[in-house]
Design a protein around this ligand. Sequence first.
Ligand SMILES: N[C@@H](CCC(=O)N[C@@H](CS)C(=O)NCC(=O)O)C(=O)O
Length: 294
Amino acid sequence: MDALIAIASNPLQRTEEIVSPRTRRGCDQRVPLREPNSIAPHLSLPPGDGPAATFLTITNQRAGTTGIDRVTVRRSEMEKIAVWGFSWVPPFAQGLVRDLRVRWALEEAGLAYESRWIDTEERSSEAYRRKHPFGMVPVVESGDDTLIESGAIVHAIAERCEALMPAGRRAETLTWMFTALNTVEPPLWNLFVLDQLHAGEAWAKLRRAGAVEEAMARLTALSECLDGRDYLLGRFSAADVLMTTVLRFIRHTDLVAGFPTLDAYVKRCEARPAFQAALRGQIADYARNAPIAA
Ligand SMILES: N[C@@H](CCC(=O)N[C@@H](CS)C(=O)NCC(=O)O)C(=O)O
């Protein structure tokens, strides 16, 4: 069942206002996360109290009405979204755990959510493995639906929110989202792991120069791409949520600061109220769950 039909069929979830007429689209356009008769996870439309928000929704393919409607939906009439993260992590990892991306995207979209936490032991439990087969965070639950992989979750939110995926620029947004996760994140994450998880180990010391070189190559190219632009697409999008959270992995170094364009880009993105709210939420949760001795 697609998002629009789900809203229409639930008396508690009422479409408030059709902002634009339905437009017919080809099959290479926006597609629902859960196709008819498929078991792929699907993020239901949103929750919470607060003002109405505008989303792009996908219409029913089975009825032959494939297309996108832009609708305004009152948040209080929709389901709660739960975001799973770790109950606590040490300070060097706070503000870096990948549920931050999801929180940020939800904040940008104006969607209410609540936090759920697991600790290290629960992560391997059968119950949690049913949510996430690899025992990782983040996981998002919405109604009966469960979604894993931070990139897929941010994508699911972006598909429903023009503020994160500008109309007519889907391919560009996706390209930059994949670039953040597949091209920039690996060398930066590698450096994070070396420095923060294996500091002082002989092999890590030997590997570090090469890892810095690999990170620098990506940063140099990214800096050139961002030259003259405030955001990856010129305007803010889901790609910036992913890219900024990737660049933050090496906040313990001065590598990003060495590129004025990148430094300004990260600061610009981090200054967004939605990022600040997401970060505050994650840090507040760690404070709430901090081990007694910590
Ligand atoms: N590609 C996954 C990576 C998820 C991931 O590495 N999560 C970390 C926290 S940021 C985790 O759960 N680590 C625990 C583990 O590796 O077992 C995503 O983006 O969601």
